[in-house]
Design a protein around this ligand. Sequence first.
Ligand SMILES: Cc1cc2nc3c(=O)[nH]c(=O)nc-3n(C[C@H](O)[C@H](O)[C@H](O)COP(=O)(O)O)c2cc1C
Length: 181
Amino acid sequence: MPMIRETIVTTADTDGRVHIAPLGLIAEDDGWIIAPFHPSATLDNLRAVPFAVANHTDDVRVFAGCLTGRRDWPTLACSGPVPRLADALSHSELAVTHVTEDEQRPRFHCRVVAIATHRPFAGFNRAQAAVVEAAILVSRLHMLPREQVEREIAHLEVIVGKTAGPAERQAWDWLVEKIRA
Ligand SMILES: Cc1cc2nc3c(=O)[nH]c(=O)nc-3n(C[C@H](O)[C@H](O)[C@H](O)COP(=O)(O)O)c2cc1C
């Protein structure tokens, strides 16, 4: 299995409107594959404007926010047509080279056009990893049995309780609120 890196992907439509979504990028040689399930604004944007930015951030509120209706995060212009997250630690600008078509989940093969670092990586934090896992659970609520969600959330909650800072706690609360609803 190839390595998957969980990122915040920014894309844009032909009017320049930015869309922000968490996606797992699949490693392929020197590039990355973006694989959005139908229907998806990311997918529509990649067809219209075949560029994306992979944003690497330690602010897990962006992951939790995008899944709970909080998609409005500050962005900054890049050299290409798609902006990046203003708060990203680093980002990679991607250009789509070709598409492997699939009815459910087309794969957009991308090459890396530019990489930039903005702030230092401050080290691993278990609560951040727990929030990313919980965000993935929230994105699959419609497919997963309720008891599996409850079991995994209970496990992750212990980690958040022990290791979260204020941003991780807020992100966690947004996700739990959505699960409870
Ligand atoms: C860490 C993480 C990784 C995800 N990876 C994918 C992915 O590879 N493909 C996908 O379709 N959705 C993925 N999702 C779910 C999408 O973020 C979510 O469905 C999103 O709304 C995509 O739809 P959009 O492009 O319309 O925003 C992921 C969610 C999380 C939290």
